[in-house]
Design a protein around this ligand. Structure first.
Ligand SMILES: C[S@@+](CC[C@H](N)C(=O)[O-])C[C@H]1O[C@@H](n2cnc3c(N)ncnc32)[C@H](O)[C@@H]1O
Length: 329
């Protein structure tokens, strides 16, 4: 395996990020059961399967059928041996997905958040402002709202709030107004042109990235899904098992950090009647692991990645009734 990255497991679909750090940090039992909750091109799953013993197993979850198809072709030998099992669905429903697969608890979970290179590069999926495509942005194309429905039907205030909250975009008001005035918008390039029209050219790339990120987060309910996964993770992972999460922006990283430290999404932990913190995870390291310069050079899309790893404590979860949540945010 490569030194810090995962280039040995790269495919044209996706280059796995921080692959060595994920497998080293996640595997506690080589004959254990692990879940790759964001299968994508199967890079992290392939790396786990290579390191696990013949008894070790991996479940791979994705809500995008193209990711499942690509990974099943790649991991066909492990699929046939029963070492790899694909599961289609939203990781928010991880307990139900595992339950249907006959598994109650596992030894580790990995989540490599966001979209794959294949999703970004396929113009027809609408994730990128660099290529002309329909304004779709759904990871699961079986249903749900598209980006097109949102930009053409939300009022100015709602668009402004979405760009500000999910893109941390300082010009959210001006951009929302420009979008409303340019309607109807059908394609990624029409949306990008409307945004460019009210953005200084030196800021265009950063602004377009933030606006497209915000829409993608809304379309896929990404932050709600992440919170659901974190809540469920403490029930799904056995005490002594681990969870590894790779985040690509601060909205994700803040949630993961708080849940690992506090057992909730607040600044303070839940506490029992005696004031003892009730936290189901213990962080393996305080600071997140970042890709080194070599990995960023080989895979520029890894540059914003931050990996956090935690170990499941013996604490029963959810905590007993009567536990106090703090009110400070
Ligand atoms: C960054 S890619 C993962 C790449 C993968 N680790 C690899 O090495 O190829 C993220 C993948 O997670 C999927 N995904 C994102 N959010 C999801 C969710 N809530 N439920 C299930 N899959 C999700 C996306 O469809 C995408 O295929």
């Amino acid at each position: 395996m490569g030194n810090s990255g995962g280039c040995d497991f790269a495919t044209s679909f996706h280059i796995p990020v921080l692959c060595k750090a994920v497998t080293e940090g996640l595997i506690t039992k080589t004959g254990g059961v692990y879940v790759d909750t964001t299968l994508g091109g199967g890079g992290h799953s392939a790396a786990l399967l290579e390191l696990l013993s013949p008894r070790g197993r991996v479940f791979g979850v994705d809500r995008d059928v193209e990711a499942l198809d690509a990974s099943c072709s790649r991991l066909v030998a492990d699929l046939e041996r029963g070492r790899f099992t694909p599961l289609r669905g939203n990781f928010e429903h991880i307990e139900q997905l595992l339950d249907e697969a006959g598994e109650a608890q596992v030894d580790g979970l990995v989540a490599d958040l966001g979209v794959s290179s294949r999703q970004i590069d396929a113009a027809s999926r609408g994730f990128s402002y660099l290529a002309e495509g329909a304004l779709d942005m759904r990871m699961d194309m079986r249903g749900g709202r598209t980006a097109r429905e949102i930009v053409n039907s939300w009022d100015r205030e709602m668009l402004k709030e979405a760009f500000s909250k999910y893109g941390e975009e300082p010009r959210s008001g001006r951009i929302a107004r420009a979008i409303v005035e340019a309607r109807p918008l059908e394609s990624t390039t029409e949306l990008a042109d409307a945004v460019r029209g009210v953005t200084p050219s030196r800021e265009a790339i950063r602004t377009l990235s933030r606006v497209f990120q915000a829409l993608r987060i809304v379309v896929n309910r990404e932050l709600e899904a992440l919170e659901g996964l974190l809540e469920a993770s403490a029930r799904v992972v056995r005490p002594g098992g681990r969870m590894a999460v790779i985040c690509y922006h601060s909205l994700e990283d803040r949630r993961v950090k708080r849940f690992f430290r506090n057992g909730n999404f607040e600044r303070e932990p839940l506490r029992d009647a005696y004031g003892n913190p009730l936290v189901p995870w213990k962080e393996r390291m305080r600071k997140p692991i970042r890709p080194d310069a070599e990995e960023v050079k080989a895979n520029p899309r890894s540059r914003s990645a931050r990996l956090r790893i935690a170990e499941r404590t013996e604490r029963a979860w959810p905590p007993d009734e009567g536990a106090q949540t703090t009110t400070r945010r």
